[in-house]
Design a protein around this ligand. Structure first.
Ligand SMILES: Nc1ncnc2c1ncn2[C@@H]1O[C@H](COP(=O)(O)OP(=O)(O)OP(=O)(O)O)[C@@H](O)[C@H]1O
Length: 273
């Protein structure tokens, strides 16, 4: 497995025309993954506390006192009317805008529910976000370049190369893209495979939190079933937060759910579909 990943990375490396160019400092820091945690009964939670958001230069709060928590490796779903503020909340979680007030952090707890260290900020580089219709934003003309777009372009050491190659291979395996040619044009893939590719792009960066905005939108029934199956599989390894109107199809995956009401007010509500 590692050998084929390594050759995929070598292929990627050989396509770099400007070895000293770094696409962004963000992409470089993405790959500094800390060592794995020791096994313990502790767990961590994404905590959102009393978040308000008013876009700069406007007089209206799009989010009003949003609070929720999502334990690691669980699947959260936010639903609600169009225009209620769901995407706005995802953008704050991804660090694309900052709350006007309130806080967003990761808290570790002991198994009896007590915080056991000080809260940690969410690092935007460790959040994977897939927006609605991600295939519209594909930029490369082959799968490998699409997944590795934004990776370091300078010559990197063997250790980092191996690390990147393993992440790449794992991401492709996770989403079931290991069987397709990395030279394939992303635009020629089926709807479901395009969504898999969009997920692989984020998973290659080993995110702490995967955020998906309407992951089933615009897909036919077969591709929708395919993506639901994939999310079920990913749920075993990742903390996932989804915004969707497709409650029926996602129902079996959901651990916690909330309704966003008009005016940006979030309430916990179980799914009754
Ligand atoms: N920068 C902004 N300035 C002012 N209003 C904004 C801004 N961004 C979004 N809005 C408004 O905020 C409201 C919430 O938008 P948002 O996209 O978060 O809703 P949503 O629940 O995700 O809707 P949908 O389900 O249709 O995607 C909408 O009325 C939108 O027009």
């Amino acid at each position: 497995m590692a050998a084929s990943a390594f050759s995929a990375y070598s292929l990627f490396s050989s396509r770099i025309s400007e070895p000293s160019t770094l696409i962004s400092s963000k992409s470089r820091s993405t790959f500094k993954r800390p060592p794995p945690m020791k096994i313990s009964c502790d767990y961590s939670c994404l905590e959102v506390k009393d978040v308000h958001y008013r876009p700069p230069g406007t007089q209206v709060n799009l989010l009003n006192g949003v609070s929720f928590s999502l334990p690691e490796k669980s699947f959260g779903l936010i639903f609600g009317q169009s225009g209620s503020g769901k995407t706005t909340l995802l953008q704050l979680l991804a660090g694309l805008s900052k709350p006007t007030s309130g806080s967003i952090y990761i808290q570790r707890y002991t198994n009896d529910g007590k915080p056991n260290q000080s809260p940690k900020s969410l690092v935007p580089e460790r959040i994977g976000i897939v927006f609605q219709f991600p295939e519209r934003y594909f930029v490369a003309d082959n799968v490998l370049d699409e997944v590795t777009f934004g990776w370091p372009r300078q010559r990197v050491g063997l250790q980092l190369k191996e690390h990147l190659a393993l992440n790449l291979q794992r991401a492709l395996n996770w989403v079931g893209l290991n069987g397709i040619s990395l030279d394939k044009d992303p635009h020629s893939l089926s709807g479901g495979y395009k969504r898999r590719l969009a997920l692989a792009i984020q998973l290659a960066q080993v995110p702490d939190l995967l955020i998906l905005d309407e992951p089933l939108a615009g897909l036919d029934w077969k591709a929708r079933a395919d993506v639901v199956k994939l999310l079920k599989h990913l749920k075993k390894e990742l903390t996932i937060l989804v915004v969707s109107h497709d409650l029926k199809e996602l129902e079996d995956l959901v651990d916690r759910s909330w309704r966003m009401e008009m005016g940006g007010v979030l309430r916990e509500e179980s799914l009754l579909v």
